[in-house]
Design a protein. Structure first.
Length: 193
């Protein structure tokens, strides 16, 4: 709803209150009680409008979209409410959440996720460099024993551990290139082998 629409709504409500006040003798007799009841109904109306307008976001947050794995090896990843594609993979047997990032060259683990996957982050050599939206970060190259996504279990996967602050690990092109067909539609990313 634009600022202009909101101002029009306020104007119409004020006009309606003025008309009701001038036409109703009962309204004039119980002025403050009527105003109180009107404000309660107005808040209920505004609450309903907000819930209806935000319903898709509320539903997406409460019930996040589920990734589906088909028998023919197709992985369908629905778009999340924030516009990204999220998937959970098993890295060295540990569940790791990823955002699918076609702008990332490599599969990149956050330090927290690297520890979860059994990597010794303290002894990694962060000599690599990567340019991100937040500037340059140091990276450490690693080899993962396995990355399993659905029916696919890839061995000896090249990856990097991010030396900076990374909230969620990135499923980048070095991993995505293992899928000959990558299709992106408005609301879904499909990977197939």
């Amino acid at each position: 709803m634009s600022q202009f629409d909101i101002m029009n709504l306020v104007y119409l409500v004020a006009l309606l209150v003025l008309a009701a006040f001038s036409l109703s003798p009962m309204f004039r007799a119980n002025f403050w009680k009527t105003i109180q009841q009107f404000m309660i109904w107005a808040l209920i109306f505004v609450g309903v409008v907000v819930v209806v307008g935000s319903w898709d976001n509320i539903r997406s947050a409460a019930l996040p979209p589920q990734v589906s794995y088909s028998e023919d090896g197709t992985i369908e990843i629905p778009k999340s409410y924030d516009g990204h594609f999220y998937v959970t993979a098993l890295v060295n047997g540990a569940k790791i959440d990823f955002v699918v990032d076609t702008g990332a060259s490599d599969l990149v683990l956050s330090q927290k996720d690297a520890i979860t996957a059994g990597l010794d982050v303290e002894n990694l050599d962060f000599y690599g460099r990567a340019m991100t939206a937040n500037g340059e970060v140091r990276t450490a190259p690693v080899r993962l024993d396995s990355v399993a996504l659905g029916a696919f279990d890839d061995k000896n996967v090249r990856a990097r551990v991010n030396g900076g602050d990374l909230d969620i690990s990135l499923l980048g092109m070095s991993y995505l290139n293992r899928y000959p067909t990558i299709t992106m539609t408005r609301n879904q990313l499909t990977l197939s082998r």
